[in-house]
Design a protein around this ligand. Structure first.
Ligand SMILES: Nc1ncnc2c1ncn2[C@@H]1O[C@H](COP(=O)(O)OP(=O)(O)OP(=O)(O)O)[C@@H](O)[C@H]1O
Ligand SMILES: [Mg+2]
Length: 393
């Protein structure tokens, strides 16, 4: 069983690539379910057929479903969502958490994950593909199980003892009192989120696939996504650079674009190393209808099996210790005297001067690093270890 999350900046081709991946898998004989949470009904447009809130058959082995998040949440979880909002309003249980939830538009994205879990538990299909909605922080929906289960555990510690022994629940600080039913829902929800979590962090099951175009905005966005995925223990197994101008346009009106794109492609190779990259050309027309989805699928995967795990590993690790923070990056074939590191605000600039030329890798730092300052860096085997310590000397 495989779960593929397709993410990337707005408009890079997530829906087109999700659909192409799904179609290829179905052709190879996998029972495939393509899921979308996009209220714009992109999948219906792409496949030129109505895709509803329940699984709709698209072709042999391929089903699609348009998750109606509002419906899902109100049907299954409205009570608990209301309560969480009240709790957060009444008291800051956890600043980070409050911030995350406050930033989560309507918190409804969780519904897609919960629906996915129901499918996974019922083993309805072999491969599940989630075409994600664009946003600056596209991964937030995937963070929910991590954030929520942390919150839930605290919540449970506060109230669970009273539920067990049937005592009246005392008012704690100014947190509103939950009902017994609510706590039971909470327990179920916690169990479900823990299950989702265990599926998500298993690299044999779940892969994140990051889509980008050869332009600086979508590459920056992709890098941040990759780092966030590393922080949360999600395995990114493939990077797809989409909409690359084909070679026949090198000497045309678009020649400048063509050249710029080659530079960006070269940067991608450096920056996403060691994750494999697939390069996909801009087709000569919009992707719409089964035939053109099929063309795109062949362009991306050829004879490849999209269900395979393309890469498994941690290109970046963040270790927090007593004395500070350590970031470990995979940098094969690079020697210490070939690189120089510099901190610039919330980014780390890694200057590389290797046999393939000079370049700079810009690494956005995780929020936890903001309070530390850069101390030293070492190469240990194929890894670059960067140490951060207390800001004051
Ligand atoms: N390789 C390609 N060649 C030609 N057109 C493409 C290619 N990939 C995507 N497109 C076109 O780009 C547009 C955006 O694609 P798509 O809707 O898949 O992007 P998206 O990332 O899902 O967007 P959103 O962020 O709005 O969900 C569509 O018109 C699609 O047909
Ligand atoms: Mg889309």
């Amino acid at each position: 069983m495989r779960v593929l999350f397709i993410t990337g900046k707005g408009g890079v081709g997530k829906s087109a690539i999700s659909s192409a991946t799904a179609l290829k898998l179905a052709e190879l004989g996998y029972e495939t379910l393509l899921m979308s949470t996009d209220p714009a009904h992109t999948l219906s447009d792409l496949f030129e057929t109505r895709i509803g809130a329940e699984e709709t058959k698209i072709s042999k082995n391929l089903d699609a479903v348009q998750v109606d998040v509002v419906h899902e949440v109100t049907k299954h979880y409205s009570e608990i969502m209301d309560f969480i909002t009240k709790v957060l309003k009444a008291r800051k249980i956890d600043e980070i958490l409050a911030y995350e939830i406050a930033n989560f538009p309507g918190i409804t994205g969780a519904a897609a994950l919960l629906k996915l879990l129901r499918y996974l538990e019922d083993k309805t299909h072999d491969v599940y593909i989630l075409d994600m909605v664009p946003s600056g922080d596209a991964l937030r929906i995937l963070y929910l199980p991590f954030i929520f289960s942390k919150f839930s555990r605290r919540f449970m510690k506060l109230f669970a003892p009273f539920v067990e022994i049937g005592k009246p629940i005392p008012a704690i600080a100014n947190i509103p009192l939950p009902s017994k039913e609510l706590i039971e829902t909470e327990v179920q929800l916690l169990e479900m989120l823990e299950k989702i979590h265990s599926y998500m962090v298993d690299p044999k099951i779940t892969s994140l696939r990051i889509i980008m175009n050869p332009d600086s905005f979508s590459i920056e966005n992709a890098k941040r996504t990759l780092i966030q995925a590393c922080i949360y223990g999600l395995n990114t197994d493939l990077v797809i650079v989409n909409k690359i101008l084909p070679e026949e346009l090198a000497e045309s009106y678009l020649s400048e674009w063509y050249k710029i794109q080659r530079d960006y492609l070269y940067r991608c190779e450096l920056e996403f190393n060691p994750i494999p990259i697939k390069k996909v050309k801009l087709l000569n027309k919009e992707v719409k209808g089964l035939e053109s989805i099929k063309t795109l699928a062949n362009e991306i995967f050829g004879d490849d099996d999209p269900a395979k795990v393309y890469y498994e590993g941690k290109p970046m690790q963040i270790v927090q210790g007593d004395e500070g923070l350590k970031i470990i990056l995979k940098v094969p074939h690079v020697k210490r005297d070939e690189l120089e590191i510099e901190r610039y605000g919330d980014e780390l600039l890694i200057h590389l001067n290797t046999f393939i030329g000079k370049s700079v890798v810009i690494l956005p730092l995780p929020a936890v690093a903001y309070k530390f300052s850069l101390k030293k860096a070492k190469i240990i085997k194929d890894e670059l270890h960067i140490y951060f310590g207390e800001a004051h000397e």
